[in-house]
Design a protein around this ligand. Structure first.
Ligand SMILES: [Zn+2]
Length: 495
C-alpha cells in the first residue's frame, strides 16, 4: 500500500512536471493599428451630463479624440470610417477592484477586453500571496507591459497594481512598533507600491499600531486603502487618510452603535443588523466626503456570493466555462461548504438582509455625496473577470443610483481616482479614445452595457467576431491541461 502511494505520488509529480513544461499561449492584440478613424452615425453617451448627443462625427487620431463636430471636413490622409449604424458610443469601462494571477494573460485579460473593460486597478496580484516583502524582483505587471510592447500581448491598462497585501504585521508589537512601522512603510515604498493595501481584520493589531501605520504612510506620501479593520475608530482612520474603503462588509460594522464582537460570523451579522444606526451612518459617510475617501462596495462579491451560493443556478453559471478547471472545482467545493454550514430556513434570511443592508449603505453613501467606484473583486468565488462589472453596475442601480450615476462609477470616477480626468472617462475632445459601441442605450437600462458590439482599444478595433474569439480563447485555456498544471504549480509555490 505504502509503495503504491509513493508510486502514485511520483507519477503525479512527473505528470505535473511535463504539464508545466507545455509552453503558454497568449492572446495577441490585433496587428492592424488604426491611426485615424472617423465615426459616423453614433449616439454619444455623455457620461458627464447623463444625456445622449446625436448628429456628431468623432475624429480619432493616434488614439486620441481630436474632434467632435456635426461635420468634420478635413479628414487626415488614410482616415478610416466606422459607421456606427445608430449605436451608442461610450468610454470603455474600468474595474476598480480586480485580482490577477500570473496566468491572467491566459485566463482573464481577453475576458476583460471582450466585456469592454480596458482598465483595472489590481488590488493585490495573486503572486503577492507568496512574495516576501524583501523580494524586489520583477513583478507580473511590468513583465506583461514588456510583453505587450514587444510581443503584442493583449492586456488591459493596469493603472495601479500592488504586489503586497499587508495581511499581518509580523513581528510588530506595542514594544517595537515605533521603529518597525516606519521600516515596513519604507520597504513598501522601495517595492514601488502605489498604495499600502491593508487586510488586517483578522490580525487584531492594536489601534495604535494601525494609526501609526497610516501616519507613517502619510509622511512618506503613500496612500493606505483596503479593508477597514472592525475595531478601529472609523473617524480617526478617515482623518489619518484612507484612500478607498473596499467592500460593503467592511463598512457595515462601522455603522453599528454599541459594538460587540461574536465568535460566529452569523451571530455577528445578526447583531450588526439589529444595531444599525442611521445617524452614525450619516456621520461616517459625511466624513468620507470631507476626507475624499472613495467607496468600492463590490456588491457582486462580498455579501451577494453568500446568498447566491444557495442558488443552484450559481453552480451551473454559463460563465463557469471560462474558469480554470481546478479553480472551478474549488469554487464549487467552497459553495457547497458554505451552504452546508448554514441553515437555509433561519440563516439565509440573515445573509439576505446583510446583502441588502450593503445596498442600502451604497444608496446612502451616494445621497451623502461619497464618490463610489465600481469594482468586482474578480478572482474571488463566483466573480468573473469582465462579465461581473456589468452585474456590479446593475447592483449600483439596485442600490438607488440612476443609470447615469452607475455609469460614472466605472468611467468618470475611476478617472478622477487616478487623477486622469483629462484623459479618461468620457467621449470628449482630448480624451484617450478607448471606447465601446453598444447596440442599446445604457441610460435607458443599465443592463444594456452588455450589448457591446465593438471595442476600440490601444488604436485597435475589435468587432463582435473578435470579441467572441477572445472568449473562445479563454474557454480553451480554462480547460487546457498545461494551464491546469501551471495553476496547481502556482498554488503549490504559494503555500
Ligand atoms: Zn479583493
Amino acid at each position: 500500500m505504502g509503495k503504491a502511494m509513493i508510486l502514485l505520488f511520483l507519477l503525479a509529480c512527473i505528470i505535473l512536471f511535463f504539464g508545466v513544461m507545455i509552453p503558454e499561449e497568449t492572446y495577441r492584440q490585433k496587428d492592424e493599428v488604426i491611426h485615424a478613424l472617423v465615426i459616423t452615425n453614433a449616439h454619444i453617451v455623455d457620461v458627464r451630463e447623463g444625456k445622449i448627443i446625436s448628429g456628431k462625427q468623432i475624429l480619432i487620431q493616434n488614439n486620441r479624440i481630436v474632434a467632435i463636430d456635426s461635420a468634420i471636413n478635413h479628414l487626415p490622409a488614410g482616415c478610416q470610417t466606422l459607421d456606427a449604424h445608430e449605436q451608442y458610443i461610450m468610454p470603455s469601462l474600468w474595474d476598480m477592484h480586480v485580482h490577477t494571477l500570473s496566468l491572467s494573460p491566459q485566463l482573464h485579460f481577453p475576458l476583460l477586453l471582450a466585456n469592454g473593460v480596458t482598465g483595472i486597478r489590481d488590488v493585490g496580484d495573486g503572486d503577492s500571496w507568496i512574495s516576501d516583502i524583501d523580494d524586489l524582483s520583477e513583478r507580473d505587471k511590468s513583465r506583461w507591459e514588456k510583453q505587450a510592447a514587444n510581443d503584442g500581448l493583449l492586456m488591459p491598462k493596469i493603472e495601479q497594481a500592488t504586489s503586497y497585501h499587508t495581511e499581518e504585521i509580523e513581528g510588530i508589537s506595542m514594544d517595537n512598533y515605533q521603529q518597525k512601522v516606519p521600516e515596513l512603510v519604507t520597504k513598501l515604498k522601495l517595492r514601488g507600491e502605489p498604495f499600502v493595501k491593508v487586510q488586517l481584520e483578522k490580525s487584531e493589531i492594536p489601534n495604535e499600531i494601525f494609526y501609526a501605520l497610516q501616519q507613517e504612510a502619510r509622511k512618506q506620501g503613500i496612500p493606505v486603502l483596503g479593508h477597514l479593520p472592525s475595531q478601529v475608530d472609523v473617524q480617526q482612520v478617515l482623518d489619518n487618510g484612507f484612500l478607498s474603503i473596499e467592500h460593503a462588509w467592511a463598512l457595515i460594522p462601522h455603522m453599528v452603535n454599541q459594538r460587540k464582537t461574536f465568535e460566529r460570523d452569523l451571530q455577528q451579522k445578526e447583531y450588526d443588523l439589529a444595531h444599525q444606526d442611521s445617524a452614525l451612518a450619516r456621520v461616517v459617510l459625511q466624513k468620507m466626503v470631507s476626507t475624499s475617501t472613495y467607496y468600492v462596495p463590490t456588491h457582486v462579491s462580498s455579501n451577494k456570493k453568500e446568498v447566491d451560493a444557495f442558488d443552484e443556478a450559481v453552480q451551473s453559471n454559463p460563465h463557469n466555462q471560462y474558469i480554470e478547471s481546478v479553480q472551478l472545482f474549488f469554487w464549487k467545493t467552497l459553495n457547497w461548504l458554505h451552504t452546508s454550514g448554514y441553515d437555509r430556513e433561519t440563516d439565509l434570511p440573515v445573509l439576505k438582509n446583510y446583502y441588502e443592508r450593503g445596498l442600502a449603505i451604497t444608496g446612502l453613501a451616494h445621497q451623502n455625496g461619497v464618490t463610489i467606484l465600481a469594482g468586482t473583486d474578480a478572482l474571488d468565488r463566483n466573480v468573473y473577470h469582465g462579465f461581473s462589472i456589468h452585474d456590479e453596475l446593475q447592483e449600483m442601480v439596485k442600490a438607488g443610483l440612476t443609470n447615469h450615476e452607475a455609469l460614472k462609477t466605472a468611467t468618470i470616477h475611476p478617472a478622477q481616482y487616478f487623477k486622469r480626468s483629462d484623459e479618461y472617462g468620457s467621449i470628449a475632445e482630448g480624451q484617450i479614445a478607448d471606447f465601446i459601441l453598444l447596440k442599446k442605450n445604457p441610460l435607458e437600462d443599465i443592463s444594456y452595457t452588455q450589448t457591446i458590439s465593438t471595442v476600440f482599444y490601444n488604436s485597435r478595433l475589435y468587432d463582435s467576431d473578435d470579441l467572441e474569439d477572445m472568449k473562445l480563447f479563454v474557454k480553451r485555456q480554462a480547460s487546457s491541461f498545461g494551464v491546469s498544471c501551471q495553476f496547481i504549480w502556482n498554488m503549490i509555490k504559494r503555500s
